[in-house]
Design a protein around this ligand. Structure first.
Ligand code: NAP
Length: 332
């Protein structure tokens, strides 16, 4: 067995976990994909190191009730589900490193990952479960007003909009879930959707459509945002009707963007093969990427299902594929 040692690459602070000179497998990401990979890899005695990222836990940390994760008949809060998975991984010996990887060198037999603390981690295999990040509309005033009325996290910021009027942009499950959450705080919640039909699941549609605080603005996109960060923040949205081009204004102090997510691949995009939309390509229904010893799971490689349970399932596959690959490569 490889000797255990602390291996610093220039950082100031000592991590509170043991880092091996050469790891078997490093899992990057602590959403349901990475954590499930950790449970399976640790039960396979691979003694995995999981680099959590900041703040860790992924999108479920910004979710309220998760009603469709099997095994929780009464629903479970997103952060509680993450904590349960983490406890399960800890129980089997996963080491958690509260750091972020800032550089990946994935080619060659020994992969090298560098953390934000300057720690260099060498490993035979890597499981990428880096997830996806909220997409914004990309407008100048939106950027300017981030934190001053513009948010992509209703659960984090909804509380600040007590008795106010807010808008959610999007027509998927996230948008409707955010809108319903916001009805607990806000007086009125507009859902601004670019089409006349929601993409969200039927049950969420029924809930949103029957909530008296919710007003749907169909066939509409945000044309501009009104407000100044150093004055009152966001005060209104200019909406353009996609059918008539008519521009109207709604008075809102909050705009919650829920228009999907982009996979987090920037740091290894020039090494790992991605599809046209930027998701990691895996081969033949496995978790293998184009680089031997590099595996992917969860939202970073899933343009289609994007569910907590499918992320967890793909994390399981990544750990099993890693275990098999390590054996095939003759590593103990
Ligand atoms: P999504 O399903 O991709 O929906 C994104 C929504 O944003 C769509 O309605 C889309 O409109 C709209 N949109 C995209 N770009 C836009 C733009 N530039 N301007 C205006 N609108 C724009 O994303 P999501 O809601 O984040 O959900 C992602 C996945 O997670 C889905 O599979 C969903 O089922 C799942 N999820 C599940 C739950 C749950 O089960 N509790 C909760 C949240 C998310 P179009 O419809 O016109 O394309």
């Amino acid at each position: 067995m490889t000797e255990i040692s602390i291996n610093f690459g220039g950082g100031d602070e000592m991590p509170d976990v043991e880092i091996r000179e050469l790891e078997n497998v490093v899992i990057v990401g602590s959403g349901p994909a990475g954590l499930t990979a950790a449970i399976y890899a640790s039960r396979a005695n691979l003694f995995p190191l999981l680099v959590e990222g900041y703040p860790g836990g992924g999108q479920l940390m910004e979710t309220t009730d998760v009603e469709n994760f099997p095994g929780y008949p009464e629903a479970v809060k997103g952060p509680d589900l993450i904590n349960d998975l983490k406890q399960q991984a800890l129980r089997f010996g996963t080491r958690f490193l509260a750091s972020e990887i800032v550089s990946f060198n994935l080619n060659g037999d020994v992969k090298e990952l560098t953390t934000d603390m300057g720690l260099k981690i060498k490993t035979r295999a890597v499981i990428l479960g880096t997830g996806a990040s909220a997409r914004y509309l990309g407008m100048e005033n939106e950027t300017k007003l981030k934190g001053y009325g513009v948010s992509a996290c209703a659960v984090c910021d909804g509380f600040f909009y007590r008795n106010q009027h807010v808008a959610v942009i999007g027509g998927g499950d996230s948008a409707l879930e955010d809108a319903l959450f916001l009805t607990k705080h806000a007086e009125k919640v507009y859902i601004v959707h670019r089409r006349d039909e929601f993409r969200a699941s039927k049950i969420m549609q029924q809930r949103a459509l029957s909530n008296p605080k919710v007003q749907i603005v169909w066939n509409s996109v945000v044309d501009d945002l009104v407000g100044e960060p150093d004055k009152d923040g966001l005060t209104a949205l200019r909406l353009r009707n996609t059918k008539t081009d008519e521009v109207t204004e709604i008075s809102v102090t909050g705009m919650f963007v829920a228009v999907g997510h982009d996979p987090n691949t920037t740091l290894f995009a020039n090494q790992v093969e991605l599809d046209k939309a930027g998701f990691i390509k895996t081969s033949d229904n496995t978790s293998h990427t184009n680089i031997p010893g590099v595996f992917a799971c969860g939202d970073v490689m899933d343009p289609r299902y994007k569910q907590a349970i499918t992320a967890a399932g793909s994390g399981c596959k990544a750990a099993l594929d890693t275990e098999k690959w390590l054996i095939e490569m003759g590593y103990e």
